[in-house]
Design a binder for this molecule. Structure first.
Ligand SMILES: Cc1cc2nc3c(=O)[nH]c(=O)nc-3n(C[C@H](O)[C@H](O)[C@H](O)COP(=O)(O)O)c2cc1C
Length: 169
């Protein structure tokens, strides 16, 4: 894993990466961490810096780690590792060791966050802001009904905005 400039992200189709390749959201250290597959989120510019934002349901085991830790990482594994992403998106770290089941190899970033050897691209992010989505704030009710009506999949997501501190490839 080699550190690179943030301009490296200009070579990516990030909407495609996030929505179709998917990513792993991970928080903790290589000794104690959890990760899950995510396909909701984005990369942008806010408060004078490059940021990422992710949406995590409070039911996820990963939520506990993201809440507790100052940082999280976003790992893009590439289409060759779809099996890993499928597993980490359908099993909880509460019930078993997902790294052992998938062969994911945890490594430490420069700042000590957990990342994965298999990743082709990793973003190391420091939390700036969190909020919980609220039903009364939906200006269009369609996504509320589509994704949360009668709670399909669980509670409304928590949103984290985080500064992109490092990019590795
Ligand atoms: C393709 C895909 C995308 C997902 N995207 C998200 C997401 O953006 N936010 C979220 O909270 N859960 C998302 N999930 C669900 C979690 O990955 C899943 O519930 C996982 O088992 C949680 O693991 P954990 O309990 O170990 O954190 C997604 C699942 C899949 C398969």
């Amino acid at each position: 894993m080699k550190k690179c400039d943030i301009s490296r992200l200009g070579a990516e189709d990030l909407i495609r990466d996030i929505s179709q390749e998917y990513m792993l959201v991970a928080a903790g250290t290589p000794d104690r961490y959890n990760m899950m597959t995510a396909s909701w989120g984005g990369v942008g510019y806010l408060w004078g810096q490059p940021v990422t934002f992710v949406f995590i349901r409070p039911e996820r085991f990963t939520f506990e780690f993201v809440e507790r830790e100052p940082r999280f990482t976003l790992s893009f594994l590439g289409d060759a590792h779809r099996d890993i992403l499928a597993y980490c998106g359908s099993h909880s770290g509460r019930d078993g060791d997902k790294a052992a089941a998938t062969g994911l190899k945890a490594v430490a970033t420069e700042l000590g966050s957990v990342a994965f050897e298999q990743a082709r691209l990793t973003l190391e992010c420091r939390k700036l802001y969190r909020m919980e989505l609220r039903p009364e704030e939906f200006l269009d009710r369609a996504p509320l009904e589509r994704w949360y009506g009668d709670r399909p999949g669980g509670s409304l997501h928590a949103v984290y905005v985080a500064a992109i501190e490092n990019v590795y490839e």
